[in-house]
Write a protein that binds this ligand. Sequence first.
Ligand SMILES: Cc1cc2nc3c(=O)[nH]c(=O)nc-3n(C[C@H](O)[C@H](O)[C@H](O)COP(=O)(O)OP(=O)(O)OC[C@H]3O[C@@H](n4cnc5c(N)ncnc54)[C@H](O)[C@@H]3O)c2cc1C
Length: 530
Amino acid sequence: MADLDVVVVGAGFAGIYAVHALRSAGLTVRAFEAGSGIGGTWFWNCYPGARCDVESKDYSYSFSPELEQEWSWSERYPAQPEVLRYLNHVAGRFGLWPYIQLNTRVTAAEWDGERSEWTVTTDDGASRTARFCVMAVGCLSAYQVPSLPGLETFAGPWYHTSRWPREGVDFTGQRVGLIGTGSTGIQVAPEIAAAAAHLYVFQRTANFAVPNRNRAVDPSWEREFKADYRSYRKQAQESFLGVPITGTGRPALAEPPADIQRNLMERWRAGGGMPFLGAYTDVLVDRAANDIVAEFMRDRIRETVSDAAVAELLCPTAYPVGAKRLCQSDDYFAMFNLPNVTLVDIRSAPVSSVYAGGLRTADSVYELDALVFATGFDAISGALNRIGIRGVGGVPLTEKWAAGPRSYLGMAAAGFPNMFIVTGPGSPSVFSNMVLSIEQHVEWIRDCVAYLGSHGYSTVEAKPSAEDAWMAHVTEVAYSTLFPLADSWYVGANIPGKPRVFTPYLGGVGPYRARCDEVAAAGYEGFVLD
Ligand SMILES: Cc1cc2nc3c(=O)[nH]c(=O)nc-3n(C[C@H](O)[C@H](O)[C@H](O)COP(=O)(O)OP(=O)(O)OC[C@H]3O[C@@H](n4cnc5c(N)ncnc54)[C@H](O)[C@@H]3O)c2cc1C
């Protein structure tokens, strides 16, 4: 008999809820977390300026009506310490600490077909057997440092935003180089600029950013909102992005130009990425509609940044707006008006090497005291590929995914029985309010395990044909949009040598949930139960 019913790998939003949900269903569970604390994304990304870009009223668990009433967020978009406090509160409130083992990295998971169980090995040399494995390792947890020639010779310290020193970093009086201008780079840059003698922002790709208009949560609004939280959550579950947003419901191309500008400006003033991109139905599928919105955003950069040449360099032109994760910031573009901030274009003159005293590009040398990498993650498959996972016949997951990650419904991979992935390839994952997607996945997994038990089955495995059909559907939906036009981490373009496959499901959170429910109602259609 296996040591445990379920091993959960990871203790971020997904692992924490998996422990709670599976234990509440009467299963024996242990979670292993590599970090010295729980929280995942919100534990590791403790760089200054880190905050969520989905509003706190949405980016929070909905499984407990009591929890959502008890907890009060201080801000519309809370900063990392507050989200981390929330997750620690949840673990305490639901008595989860005894079932989470920190400082323990899972190094291998191997399926034993004879015994119908997984053997999970950890970096302390121990191993446990479990009937099921729930991989809650995170879509954005395998961080990526670029391989810059000479980095090892750099005399000063360098930092990756996802492994920021917990005691903080004092940049006072320093010349700092920042590489990476995506969501994180845009958040951290103004914080570094406020302290450093000089900040050099090395930009390869200019990115779109909308304002947050972050503000304190008004207690009377909160009371009113919470009075109807349940029906709001229901709307979120049925929505496209996992957040109920009010778009016009019309295509931009059918709208008079002056009305478009007025409507976009209203949304710009209100702040937030989802309401802005969701204003019109054709923005993410029609290049002409997308161009209107992109030009509106470029105009906002031009009116914010006083040096016209710097403004033009900051204007994104390389991809349709929204096809890369839309950044959010209230102060990034204005930061370039500060005398101690320099934008360096490394598209036209790439970084050639790092030396002891700084960084060389094709046409200049920059003297630096510290380097910061906001270079993101080997997204979606990275954390799974870094574990030695072996399924039926000892086949490694890395071998199955050699041509790109794939799964059935984003949760199960053919050849890997009794292994569930939370927000895996083929799920709405990073293209949604992830907390809501995580809850939906975990509840579906819990119900699947309960179904097996109550129907006398011990294993569940996705059929290759179901996986093929699902991934074909994921690809078809993706290629009906503008998303594949961008060299983004959505397609693995940030990782040298990674196969270029678009895996997030763009069919919408509501329709995805409905499909998962249909599969379950049909006795787990597309799975072999044994
Ligand atoms: C800076 C930042 C801001 C974000 N903001 C938003 C937002 O506003 N809205 C949104 O929807 N999403 C946001 N995201 C995405 C975010 O990752 C998810 O919302 C969510 O936190 C993911 O939770 P998770 O539990 O699935 O994964 P994670 O939080 O990444 O947790 C996974 C955990 O698994 C652990 N782990 C991995 N491999 C192993 C192993 N082999 N052994 C043991 N432990 C392991 C990791 O250490 C990590 O703690 C953001 C991401 C980042 C990086």
